[in-house]
Design a protein around this ligand. Structure first.
Ligand code: UD1
Length: 367
């Protein structure tokens, strides 16, 4: 049985790693790993392979950066040749990045079965490129693995046959459970006693320079009392440089850092007084670790982190951010719970289903 995994961008790597490991425990499976090259800097890609113990990709499509259409179409063109040559029995795609939808589309056209890991999440905001990727990928997938019950409800509402959908839990948490002890061993002595950890990369935050400026200004103000550590995504760095915004009070403790490798970032999260972010995965990781999280977005495709976890959506509202931050710092943070099946075993459940299901998957009609 030939299984081909497709990864491309940073958040894919921690999701694919446990699935590759879980499938490796089963007899008779040959796995191929394809990297689209959507992310290519050492600290956005290779370092994750090393830390997660992912095998080096068998094939790298080296598509690099570009507009959405350019990037997606390059992946489609190059990946089609790989699928045609390798004829896998199943292709596994992860999350909601451009690589995910591009690979799924190639497979749908070549009638090669697709499994989508992290299916069913919806922000109901189609201005987010990821929401379009999620909707389309789920429509053309044959096996859909959801991290939480809301995913199953969303897929049912979109008319996706329930036989294809499996609630398995959260594979990113599998990786966290495995590597948190190692991450904690590596925490640098030099960390401040108490700090906020910040990440920003969504176009809705970083492409609107006025908004980005006011947000960074506020965080610079805050950093005079609470140090702010900010590993800067390349996209965000570019915007900050373009706009010449570099807030700096003489007494600020706003530290701009390189994008952090997985273990370092996990360690930073686990010790943070609060995490301020617009990432998807970080909302989940903080919920699992019980660390307060303020999400600078109007919506989330991961509502369980709000209803059950430690996450609070503050929107694009500087005052709300200030208020919620003050509450957390005075000990009034929300107590969260870990959602069901976020237990470190999600990938094993996926491997069981894949190995059992491949013989009798129903491919046509899709729908
Ligand atoms: C992509 C995903 C997003 C995910 C994020 C995680 C899509 C639509 N978006 O966004 O869902 O949350 O990855 O990081 O797939 N760049 C580099 N080096 C790299 C990669 C990117 O410098 O290794 C710079 C380039 O200037 C590039 C920009 O970052 O144009 C954006 O990269 P891209 O992959 O298009 O989107 P992300 O913002 O990273």
């Amino acid at each position: 049985m030939r299984i081909l995994h497709v990864v491309g961008a940073r958040p894919n790597f921690m999701k694919a790693a446990p699935v590759v490991r879980a499938l490796a425990k089963h007899q008779g499976i040959r796995q191929t790993l394809v990297h689209t090259g959507q992310h290519y800097d050492f600290n956005m890609s290779e370092v994750f392979f090393q830390e997660l113990g992912l095998p080096a990709p068998d094939i790298n499509l080296e598509v690099g950066s570009g507009s959405h259409a350019q990037q997606t179409s390059q992946i489609i063109g190059r990946f089609e040749a790989v699928v045609t040559e390798r004829r896998p029995d199943l292709v596994v795609v992860y999350g909601d990045v451009n690589s995910t939808v591009a690979a799924a589309l190639v497979c749908a056209k070549l009638l090669v079965p697709v499994a989508h890991v992290e299916a069913g999440l919806r922000s109901f905001d189609r201005t987010m490129p990821e929401e379009v990727n999620r909707l389309l990928t789920d429509q053309i997938s044959d096996l859909l693995f959801t991290p939480s019950e809301d995913g199953n409800q969303n897929l049912a509402a979109e008319g996706i046959a329930s036989e294809k959908v499996h609630l398995v839990g959260n594979v990113m948490i599998d990786t966290l459970v495995r590597l948190l002890p190692k991450a904690n061993e590596q925490i640098p002595q030099s960390l401040p006693e108490r700090y906020a950890l910040l990440t920003l990369h969504r176009p809705s935050n970083v492409d609107d320079l006025e908004w980005l400026k006011s947000l960074l200004q506020l965080l610079d103000d805050i950093s005079r009392e609470l140090p702010v550590l900010f590993p800067v995504h390349p996209r965000t760095k570019l915007r900050i440089e373009e706009a010449g915004i570099w807030p700096a009070h003489a007494d600020s403790h706003f530290q701009f850092l390189q994008p952090a490798p997985y273990l370092e970032f996990l360690g930073l999260q686990s010790r943070a007084a609060v995490v301020i972010t617009d990432s998807g995965g970080i909302q989940e990781e903080t919920t699992f670790m019980g660390v307060p999280c303020l999400t600078v977005r109007e919506n989330t495709e991961r509502p369980i982190t709000v209803t059950m976890g430690t996450n609070i959506l503050v929107g694009r509202d500087v005052d709300r951010l200030k208020t919620e931050l003050a509450r957390i710092l005075t000990g009034q943070s929300k107590r969260g719970r870990v959602p069901p099946l976020w237990d470190g075993q999600a990938a094993d459940r996926i491997a069981q289903i894949i190995t059992g299901a491949l013989g009798n998957l129903v491919f046509y009609p899709k729908g």
